[in-house]
Structure formats: C-alpha cells, structure tokens
Ligand binder design. Structure first.
Ligand SMILES: Nc1ncnc2c1ncn2[C@@H]1O[C@H](COP(=O)(O)OP(=O)(O)OP(=O)(O)O)[C@@H](O)[C@H]1O
Ligand SMILES: [Mg+2]
Length: 261
C-alpha cells in the first residue's frame, strides 16, 4: 500500500504517526494506554522520548515500529503506511528498513560476537557471506569491539555486548533505529560510549527514535518528546544548541521539572 501524501507529517517526515491508540486487556477490560498520539520524525532526526514509568513510551515505540499492532490511527514510514500492511509485508519492511536496540541484546550464547552480528542478515540472505562478514567487521571496528569478535557473549561486558547489539541492528543499513532504554542497564562510562556511537551513526544519516529515562541520552537528541499518561504533552527542540552537553542536559531537566516528571 503506497500513499503519496501524509496528512500529519511534512514532506521530509520519515516516520509519521497520526491519532494512534492502543489498549491492553487487563482482567477482561480494555485499558487504553495510548490516547491518540501524533508524532512526526524527520529524515535524519534524532528524537528521544521521556516520561514517567508506565506513560506508554515502550508501547508507542512498538506501535510505531510495527512490532506490535496499534488499535487505530496510522503509522507511515516514508510513503508506506505500515498500519495497512499485512503482517508478512510488515515483517519484511521491518527487517529491511528498521533496526532495534533494547536494554540488553539477546545473543546466541554459543556463537561468538561476530557470528551473532552476522547471523540475522545471513538468515535473510542479504548480500554474499563475504559482504556480510566485511560489513560486520567494519561496524565492530567502528564500535571499538573488533578485538572481541571471537568472544562469546558471556565473555564480554554489558557495554561491549550492547555495542555488538547496535552493530547487529545496523547490519542492513536501516533507515531508522528504534531504541528502548539502550543504556538502561549500563554504567555511566559504558553508557557514554553507546551514546557516542549512536550520535555518530545519526550524524551519518541514520534516523533515531530512542526511549530513555536518562537525561544525558535525551540531551543528545535534536528533539525530546515528553509523554505523560499515554499522550505527548510537550517537546523540546535542541537543534542548533551547539553549547556543551551540560547546558542541554540542564534544558531537559528544566523542562521535566516544569512538566512534573
Ligand atoms: N502487554 C500488556 N498488557 C497489559 N498492560 C500493558 C502491557 N504492556 C504495557 N501495559 C501497560 O501499559 C502502560 C504503558 O506501558 P509501557 O511499557 O509503554 O510504559 P513505559 O512508559 O515504557 O514505562 P517504563 O518507563 O517503565 O518502561 C502501563 O500501564 C503498562 O502497565
Ligand atoms: Mg518502557
């Protein structure tokens, strides 16, 4: 299903959501957790989503990426309406255009890091085996984990494993990377390395949508979107603010205080 114009997004929107709702059934009753969300993300933009626990951030991320179906509303990636695709086509679209980074990557424990990174694209038969290995090697070098390529997942730190997870997410050169608290289980130093990597990948053109509780992560974005009780209540643009990270962090904290988050 190809449509030509998105009613909510601008022409440059890569991802746009309009009037998205989502409910879960709890004890036989439908409880709505997303109450008609509109969001538009420009090509190349780095957007973070902040909000209290339970405000619907992960649900929104899953809905926008097609990992979970929404109840109503539309989601478009570029000109393709994801919410109108069959589940098979949606899965193809996800594999081809989207990367995912979660709090902790799930890796096969009996395969080395390089093999784990290559595995999914091998199953999808993308390029030749040699292409896949050289792409994985290039990414691992960039992520600073090249020397760990033969290590098993249990033999590296949480931060190193997360860097491998990001490499895996980037194997197919996704147009957009979705992150759900990618630094949530890391110490500060590892979190900074992950952030540097995500920032660098964004500078190279990968659009990012990252849910986080960490103001330092949020402050790296071009724009921070704030969610409360299943609604986007505010946003803070940081584009053009070439000041030090600390000033951006202060701006995010200030807005959170105003919103009572
Ligand atoms: N599968 C589910 N079944 C029932 N309720 C759910 C389900 N998943 C999420 N919820 C509820 O939906 C609401 C939003 O959850 P969500 O996971 O999106 O919050 P969040 O903002 O990501 O929170 P956190 O910061 O703690 O990760 C919460 O009230 C949660 O309990
Ligand atoms: Mg969550």
């Amino acid at each position: 299903m190809i449509t030509t114009v998105s009613p909510t997004g601008s022409d440059t929107a890569l991802l746009s959501a309009h009037a998205v709702t989502k409910s879960f059934t709890v004890d036989g009753r439908a409880v709505e957790v997303l109450h008609g969300v509109d969001l538009s993300i420009a090509n190349g933009e780095f957007v973070t989503v902040m909000g209290p626990s339970g405000s619907g951030k992960s649900t929104l991320l899953y809905g926008l990426s097609g990992m979970d179906a929404v109840d109503a509303g539309t989601v478009r990636l570029d000109q393709v309406e994801l919410t109108a695709l069959t589940s098979d086509l949606l899965a193809d679209h996800r594999r081809e255009h989207m990367g995912f980074v979660f709090q902790q990557p799930t890796m096969l424990r009996d395969l080395g890091l390089l093999e784990n990174i290559v595995l999914t694209s091998s199953l999808d038969r993308v390029g030749t085996p040699a292409d896949r290995v050289s792409r994985a090697e290039e990414l691992m070098r960039r992520a600073g984990i090249w020397d760990l390529r033969a290590r098993m997942p249990a033999q590296v730190s949480g931060g190193q494993l997360q860097r491998a997870g990001i490499c895996r997410a980037l194997m197919r050169r996704p147009r957009i990377v979705f992150g759900d608290e990618p630094t949530g289980s890391l110490n500060r130093e590892s979190a900074e390395q992950i952030l540097d990597l995500l920032t660098e990948l964004n500078r190279d053109g990968t659009t990012m949508l990252v849910v986080t509780h960490d103001v330092r992560v949020a402050a790296r974005a071009d724009r921070v979107v704030f969610m409360i009780d299943g609604r986007i209540v505010d946003e803070l643009g940081l584009t053009g603010d070439a000041g030090p990270d600390l000033a951006r962090v202060d701006a995010v904290i200030g807005r959170m205080r105003e919103l009572g988050i």
